[in-house]
Design a protein. Structure first.
Lengths: 288, 130
C-alpha cells in the first residue's frame, strides 16, 4: 500500500502537530534547561534518598504521600492513621484542603509553594521533600494523584518521586511539568514552626501561619518570630506576632512590635488601633 | 399579591437590619476592639479571591462572552467588588473548577482531529471531503 498524501492531508497533519505542540508546551522545563535569564540557579542533581517510602494501597495516594512528608518533617505517622482523616471513599481520593488541614492537626505549617519548578527544586536543595498533586489524565478526564518530589536530575531531565507503589519513580521533567500544570502546579511543604521556606512571600507565609495558628496557638510563637525576622517590613506578620503575645499577656513586647511597625508605616490603621488598646491596658497615657 | 410580597420584603429588610445592629456590639466586645489575626486572614483571603475573579474577568474570551450576553464588563466588575466574602469565595471556587469545562472543549477538538486522522488513514469515513 502506498501513501499518497495530498496537499490538503499534509496541511491537516501540520495543523495536528501544531495543536499537539500547543497542548504539550513545557515553558518551565525549557527555561530551566536553557538557563534563561532570571531562572534561579540550582544544583545539578539532588536525591533525598533517605526519604521514607510508604507504598500506597488502592487509590490511597493521599494518605501515603501525606504520611511521607509528615514523617520527613519529624512527625512519625503511618498512612493507615491518616486514611480516616483525608480519604473520601465515595470519591476514591483526598481533597487538597483536607491534606492541608490534616498537616496542621499534626502540628505542621502547610505552605503552598509558588508553582515554579525551581521553587520545588530549591526546597529539595534544603533537604525538604515536596508534596505535589498531578493530573495524570486529561483536563476533561482527570486522574488526580498525590506524590512526593524527592529529587531531580538536570542532566537527565528527570524529576524523582515517591509515587504510588514505586519507591523511586524517575519521571521526565517535561511529563512532570505537564501533569503538574494540569493540577495548577499544586505543591506544598510542611514546616516545623520556626523553620522557613526558601521561596515564599510574606503574604503566603502569613496565610499559612494564621490558618495553622487557629488550632496550634501553643506552638506558633517561633513561627511568627522567624517570619518577622525574615520579612521585617510585613505588616501582617507584625500584627500576627503582636496579637499572639497580647493573648499570652505579654503586653509590653506586643506593643513594641507595633511601635516598630508604625515607625515604618505610620498610616497602618489596624496597628494604630491595637497599639492604642494595648496602651490603655498597660495604663499608659495614649500618645496616638 | 405584589403588595403582600413587598410587605414581606420590607419585614425581611427590617429583620436583617435589627439583627445586624443587635449582633455588632457583641462581636466587638468579644475581641475587645483589637484587630485579630483571623480578621486579617479573612481580609487577605478576600483580596486574593477578588484578584482571582478580576483576573478571570479581564480575559478577552470572558469579556467577549459577557458582551455577547449584553453585560457591561465595567458594571460587572463594580458588582463583584461589592460581593460579600462568602459570595466571592463561591465565585472563585467556581473559577477553579472551570478548567475542567474548558478542557471538555479541548477534548472535543481532540476527538475531532483524531477522527480526521483516521479518515486520512482510511480507517473511517466520517469526513468524505478530506
Amino acid at each position: 500500500m502506498r501513501f499518497n498524501w495530498s496537499a490538503r492531508q499534509r496541511a491537516l497533519l501540520l495543523l495536528l502537530f501544531a495543536l499537539l505542540q500547543a497542548c504539550v508546551a513545557t515553558p518551565q522545563t525549557d527555561a530551566l534547561l536553557q538557563g534563561d535569564d532570571g531562572t534561579p540557579v540550582v544544583q545539578p542533581r539532588i536525591y533525598l534518598s533517605s526519604t521514607v517510602f510508604y507504598p500506597q494501597s488502592q487509590y490511597q495516594c493521599g494518605p501515603a504521600a501525606l504520611a511521607t512528608v509528615l514523617t520527613e518533617s519529624g512527625v512519625l505517622v503511618e498512612p493507615d492513621e491518616l486514611v480516616s482523616q483525608v480519604y473520601l471513599p465515595e470519591r476514591q481520593g483526598s481533597l487538597q484542603v483536607e491534606m492541608l488541614a490534616t498537616s496542621r492537626r499534626y502540628g505542621r505549617i502547610a505552605l503552598p509553594l509558588g508553582g515554579q519548578l525551581t521553587d520545588l527544586m530549591q526546597e529539595l536543595e534544603q533537604g525538604r521533600p515536596v508534596l505535589v498533586m498531578q493530573n495524570l489524565g486529561l483536563k476533561s478526564l482527570p486522574q488526580w494523584h498525590y506524590a512526593v518530589a524527592v529529587g531531580y536530575d538536570l542532566a537527565n531531565e528527570e524529576i524523582l518521586l515517591r509515587s504510588g507503589t514505586v519507591e523511586t519513580l524517575r519521571t521526565p521533567m517535561t511529563v512532570f511539568e505537564r501533569t503538574w500544570a494540569r493540577a495548577d502546579h499544586w505543591s506544598v511543604v510542611l514546616l516545623e514552626p520556626g523553620t522557613l521556606p526558601v521561596n515564599s512571600t510574606a503574604q503566603q507565609y502569613f496565610t499559612a501561619l494564621a490558618s495553622f495558628e487557629q488550632i496550634n496557638e501553643d506552638t506558633s510563637e517561633p513561627a511568627w518570630k522567624a517570619g518577622l525576622e525574615r520579612w521585617p517590613e510585613s505588616e501582617l506578620l507584625a500584627m500576627g506576632y503582636s496579637n499572639l503575645l497580647y493573648r499570652k499577656g505579654r503586653l509590653a513586647v506586643a506593643a513594641e512590635i507595633l511601635e516598630l511597625l508604625l515607625q515604618r508605616n505610620p498610616d497602618y490603621q489596624p496597628a494604630r488601633n491595637n497599639l492604642q488598646q494595648i496602651r490603655q491596658q498597660l495604663d499608659e497615657p495614649t500618645a496616638n | 399579591m405584589k403588595k403582600a410580597i413587598r410587605s414581606v420584603s420590607v419585614w425581611m429588610l427590617a429583620l436583617v437590619f435589627t439583627a445586624g445592629i443587635a449582633f455588632q456590639p457583641s462581636a466587638m466586645a468579644a475581641n475587645e476592639g483589637m484587630v485579630t489575626t483571623q480578621q486579617l486572614l479573612s481580609q487577605q483571603q478576600h483580596s486574593e479571591n477578588l484578584a482571582k475573579v478580576n483576573a478571570f474577568m479581564s480575559q478577552e474570551k470572558v469579556q467577549q462572552m459577557l458582551t455577547e450576553r449584553g453585560v457591561n464588563v465595567e458594571d460587572a466588575k463594580t458588582r463583584i467588588a461589592g460581593l460579600s466574602g462568602a459570595e466571592l469565595e463561591q465565585l472563585s471556587l467556581q473559577i477553579d473548577e472551570l478548567p475542567a469545562g474548558q478542557g471538555a472543549l479541548g477534548f472535543l477538538l481532540f476527538l475531532l482531529v483524531f477522527f480526521m486522522l483516521l479518515d486520512i488513514a482510511g480507517v473511517t469515513d466520517i469526513f468524505p471531503g478530506v
